[in-house]
Design a protein around this ligand. Structure first.
Ligand code: SF4
Length: 401
């Protein structure tokens, strides 16, 4: 039997963010002695950020909930699990029997946790919840909608192949802070610098001098909310320079491709440039670089996703990667080969099968916008939300209203 004082090291994954860095956790009994990066981890190669080294503090935090708590007046009272299950079950059944609609809000950590990922569907079914609310609609659902329409499945994220590209155009993204949101790229700073070290370039478009902009070869400020104009300008400039070249992708393009170019040709680069605040010459130079035939990536994130035209912006970004032959190409954007393949195991996603009670919004992949949740709770009438189950989320902090 191992002695209590013996230490052992366990290779685990930090689940705090999408980067999923490999960590080596040294423990003595149940006490965490140290946490460091795992140099043998295929994705993170030894990299971790300060949050991972603080995981032991989370584990041992005296404020951490270890038993259920129930609000009694303005106090929280610890109760045992049996009581918690019984009370919640009875109250939930009463609400449903009385015609009240229960709702589920799923926070971001669900995406990093296979237990909730695999079990929440059952809970949802048992509660009779039709739509979910989640951080997705405050973040990346335009990506998923565009992927469903263009590639046939909402989970087909084209991922920038940063380790082999020659040119990265980052629009409204700050991977140095996010570790590559919907990209999963631990130690992104080193990897972007490697693009530069091998003669490539990193260009950032952002209204703000972000951490990523500070290490870029060029940073162009854009008038907030005008990304559509920039993206249309890039496509039009590409077309005018005769650089539209989808190459081996051409046989996969349907009649929508010609329709898109007809629409794009209705624009002029100069007014688009004036609208977004980026010089026409810069737009033409960026288009020329993207269309040079060298592996290149256009990557857009929150800045283009969380705007009025988020879905359109992400569709235009896909067009740029396709028009330059950089979709599904080494050094371009590529589809991943995940261990659990959502594309093979889950449906492609849905759009507008039904609409929200408030605002008449279409469902997207069974979700309504989280921004509607306060009104869905507060507006009386049939279908009013009367019970909310929040799993690993903090909508009071992260959702509007
Ligand atoms: S970047 Fe930091 S928080 Fe994110 S997975 Fe890696 S170590 Fe954890």
């Amino acid at each position: 039997m191992a002695s209590e004082s013996a230490t052992s090291i366990h290779a685990r994954t930090c689940h705090l963010c999408e980067a999923n860095c490999g960590v080596l956790v040294e423990v003595q009994g149940r006490k965490v002695i140290s946490i460091r990066g795992n140099p043998d981890h295929v994705l993170s190669r030894g990299h971790i950020c300060p949050k991972a080294t603080a995981l032991a503090d989370l584990q041992d935090d005296p404020d951490r909930l270890r038993r259920p708590v129930k609000r009694v007046g303005d106090q929280w009272q610890e109760i045992d699990w049996e009581t918690a299950f019984a009370e919640i079950g009875a109250r939930m059944a009463g609400i449903i029997a009385g015609g009240g609609q229960p709702a589920l809000y799923m926070g971001n950590p669900n995406a990093h946790n296979y237990a909730t990922g695999t079990q929440t569907g059952l809970l949802r079914k048992a509660l009779g919840v039709r739509t979910l609310y989640s951080a997705s609609t405050l973040d990346q659902i335009p990506h998923q909608l565009v992927q469903m329409w263009m590639y046939g499945h909402n989970a087909l994220f084209p991922i920038p192949d940063v380790d082999r590209t020659r040119f990265m155009l980052i629009i409204g993204g700050n991977p140095l802070a996010s570790n590559g949101s919907v990209w999963t790229v631990p130690d992104v700073k080193k990897r972007l610098k490697a693009v530069q070290a091998r003669g490539g370039q990193v260009v950032v478009i952002d209204p703000r001098r972000t951490e990523t902009a500070k290490i870029a070869d060029a940073h162009h400020f854009i008038r907030p909310g005008t990304d559509t104009a920039l993206l249309l300008g890039l496509l039009k400039a590409l077309d005018e320079a005769g650089l539209v070249s989808p190459g081996r992708l051409a046989p996969m393009l349907d009649e929508g491709w010609d329709g898109a170019w007809q629409a794009i040709r209705g624009f002029e680069v100069a007014p688009l440039a004036a609208h977004c605040g980026i010089d026409e010459a810069v737009i033409r130079a960026l288009a020329a670089r993207l269309g040079s035939g060298e592996p290149a990536v256009v990557y857009g994130r929150m800045g283009v996703s969380v705007t009025e035209a988020g879905t359109l912006n992400l569709w235009l970004i896909q067009l740029l990667n396709i028009a330059t032959g950089n979709l599904d190409r080494e050094g371009g954007v590529m589809f991943s080969s995940p261990v659990i393949d959502l594309v093979a195991s889950a449906g492609p996603g849905t759009y507008d099968r039904f609409r929200s009670r408030i605002g008449n919004r279409p469902e997207v992949i069974s979700e309504f916008p989280s921004a509607l949740l306060p009104e869905e709770i507060g507006t009386p009438g049939e279908g009013q939300i009367k019970a909310l189950v929040v799993i690993s989320g903090n909508p009071a902090l992260s959702s509007p209203g």
